[in-house]
Design a protein around this ligand. Structure first.
Ligand code: UDP
Length: 323
């Protein structure tokens, strides 16, 4: 079963109270589908879905997908559940490994039971600290299996293996999206990722903490572009992994300077220790997404930061009131 445009379907989104999950849900509801969001709220937040409280086509189930569960009949499953920021997956290392192993089997079994299509949210972390640049989907990666990032990287790599095995052995219609550094409104202010950290610091005119010398690169994709790519993939015939990310590549130092500019901040940049195994470079090769899905990101970093500014200002103000 694929995600249709004509028929209204009931769709499950795990990790639905997460930043990206909630944007995907808004999109699906906007197309007229019904959505059941599943989340155990270890890193997801009810604030991300509270605007849907009176939406009759939306349901929320608070549960941990590591235990077998049954959301009732669904025609499509988007499996996004997992801590995703380095700070979060370090804090919840065992849970991260479990959601990519026990959790994915339970989600796959829901899809199998109801004959639903299945899309697994994978990640550029599958490429580890890549020796091939830009990263093309056929590259197998360079991952330290016992390093501090391994709880996330190996969880996601295992989840890819589980997903393709359900295609091979159970004929499930599966998709794999490799997501590259996505950002935008609803990101948790304190999840430790570079965009929320720098936005928060810049809005408060505090020092901006660049780890290492800031020469490591990332390619940042705005959330609505990411959702568009994910939905196109779910409607495609593409069985193998597809990178969905913005190929605009920036050093972390450039990202800091851009954020200072966009926020009009007086912050200075300071340098702190580089975390172990921090990937030196990251940029998606999106030839496949371009040619097979007709997908192209539309929002460059500066525009995306401007679109996110009001949200981050509000989040900073809320935190100041709460403390
Ligand atoms: N980073 C940084 N300062 C911060 C947070 C992150 O310099 O306050 C760097 C981090 O070392 C990495 C990059 O920004 O090189 C992206 O980090 P993030 O945690 O957003 O995600 P990653 O891409 O490493 O999974």
């Amino acid at each position: 079963m694929t995600l249709t445009t004509t028929q209204k379907q009931r769709i499950m989104v795990t990790g639905g109270a997460g930043f990206l999950g909630s944007h995907l849900i808004d999109y699906l509801l906007g197309e007229g589908h019904s959505v059941v969001a599943v989340d155990n709220l270890i890193t997801g937040r009810l604030a991300n879905i509270e605007h849907l409280a009176n939406e009759p086509r939306f349901e929320f189930m608070e549960l941990d997908i590591c235990d077998a569960f049954d959301p009732g009949p669904v025609q499509y499953v988007f499996n996004l559940a997992s801590p995703a920021s380095p700070v979060d997956y370090h804090a919840h290392g065992v849970e991260t490994l479990k959601v990519g192993s026990y959790g994915i089997f339970n989600s796959l079994d829901v899809a199998k039971k109801y004959g639903a299509g299945f899309l697994q949210a994978s990640t550029s972390e599958c490429y580890g600290d890549p020796e091939v640049h830009p990263q093309v989907e056929t590259y197998w990666g360079n991952v330290n299996p016992i390093g501090p990032r391994s709880v996330y990287d190996e969880s996601k790599r295992f989840a890819e293996a589980a997903t393709v095995s359900y295609r091979r052995y159970h004929q499930l219609d599966t998709k794999l999206v490799r997501i590259f550094n996505t950002y935008g409104p609803r990101m948790q202010l304190n999840d430790g990722r570079v965009i929320p950290n720098f936005m928060k610091q810049a809005i408060r005119n505090q020092d901006i903490t660049v780890y290492g010398d800031g020469s490591q690169t990332r390619s940042f994709c705005y959330c609505t572009d990411e959702v568009d790519g994910i939905v196109r993939l779910s409607r495609s015939a593409e069985e193998l992994p597809v990178n969905i990310g913005n190929p605009g590549e920036f050093t972390i130092l450039e990202a800091a300077q851009k954020i200072i500019e966009v926020t009009g901040s007086t912050s200075r940049i300071i340098y702190e220790a580089l975390p172990q195994d921090d990937p030196k470079q990251r940029r998606p090769d999106i030839t496949k997404a371009r040619t097979r899905l007709g997908w192209e990101p539309k929002i460059d970093l500066e525009t995306g930061l401007k679109l996110s500014l009001e949200y981050f200002k509000m989040a900073v103000a809320k935190e100041a009131v709460a403390s």
